[in-house]
Each structure stands twice: as structure tokens, then as C-alpha cells.
Design a protein. Structure first.
Length: 181
């Protein structure tokens, strides 16, 4: 239950970051971030079998970072989660960096992995996390990928490992043949 609440709070924070409190018209980059997020969500659903649940980011004066959240209705090993996280992040970066209208609003161009935050929650169809000690959540922050399991006794996510994004990227790039999801 607490993990679902935590997940909802993260999602609410992302949505809240899109709200513009003043009466001025919203900056144009909000529209572009929304376009990229929705298109990326559709493609990831089709190609990676993920369910897009929302997007947002840090945009105080420009596009500092973009966050996208997914649910995967299946179990995953660390290797599978790594591959999903890296493929999704690389696809998001490609979409951001090739979107000509947003380019002038990006904090830096090309946009780098530490600014493209993808999180994936592994759940059962009833929206509960998988069984005890099963991978529950993978996310990337500050160039590190974190892997969490759900502790059913405490109903909390527990970090079981982390790795630098660049190492995970090399592992995924050296895999052969690529796995289908």
C-alpha cells in the first residue's frame, strides 16, 4: 500500500511540475514536452510493452529535465529491467534531441541521460507489486540506475542495487541478440 502511495506521490509531483501558476500564457516548451512525452509513451507501449502513465519534468525557466513513468505488467529480472530502462532512456533522448522546436529551450543540447528520467514499476494486473523480493521498480537519477524490490512485510521499496548509467548502456549495447519484450 505504501509503495502505491509513493508511486502516486511521484506521479503527482510530475504533474504538479507542469502547472503554471501565473496568468501569463504558458511557455511554448510545455507544449513541446507534452508532445514528446505522449509520442514517446505511445511508442514505448508498442515497442517495449510498457504502459505510459504520465510525464513531466523540471522546467522553471527552461527544460532542465523530462520525467516519464511507466508500468510493466510482468515480472522482470535485473537484466531485463536494465535493458528496458536503457532502451527507453535512449529512445527518449533521441526524440528530445531530434525535436527541433524544443531545442532552443533545452538546458543543454544535446540533452543527456542525466536529464531524461524514465521510471518503470513492475506490477501485477491488479496493480499490486509482484511477490516478495521480486523486482518492483527501476529508475534512473543523476546517471545512476536504481533497482528496488518490494518488501511485503513493511510494504516499502528497498534498493537492492545501483549501477552507473554508462555501464548499463555498455552492457545493453553488447548484448546479442536483442531481447524482445
Amino acid at each position: 500500500m505504501l509503495t502505491n502511495i509513493r508511486f502516486l506521490l511521484i506521479f503527482a509531483a510530475m504533474i504538479g511540475s507542469k502547472i503554471h501558476a501565473s496568468e501569463d500564457p504558458p511557455p511554448p516548451y510545455l507544449k513541446y514536452v507534452d508532445e514528446i512525452s505522449k509520442e514517446f509513451g505511445k511508442e514505448a507501449e508498442k515497442e517495449l510493452n510498457l504502459v505510459y502513465i504520465g510525464g513531466g519534468g523540471g522546467m522553471p525557466r527552461d527544460v532542465e529535465n523530462i520525467r516519464i513513468c511507466f508500468i510493466a505488467y510482468r515480472k522482470a529480472s535485473i537484466e531485463e529491467a536494465r535493458e528496458l530502462e536503457v532502451k527507453a532512456t535512449e529512445k527518449l533522448l533521441k526524440m528530445i534531441n531530434s525535436h527541433k522546436q524544443i531545442r532552443q529551450y533545452l538546458r543543454e543540447y544535446p540533452f543527456k541521460p542525466d536529464r531524461a528520467h524514465v521510471s518503470i514499476s513492475f506490477q501485477k494486473k491488479d496493480n499490486n507489486h509482484q511477490s516478495q523480493n521480486s523486482l518492483a521498480f527501476v529508475y534512473q537519477v543523476k546517471n545512476k540506475i536504481f533497482y528496488d524490490i518490494n518488501d511485503l512485510k513493511t510494504d516499502r521499496l528497498v534498493k537492492i542495487c545501483e549501477e552507473p548509467y554508462e555501464e548499463a548502456l555498455k552492457i545493453v549495447q553488447n548484448q546479442s541478440p536483442p531481447e524482445k519484450f
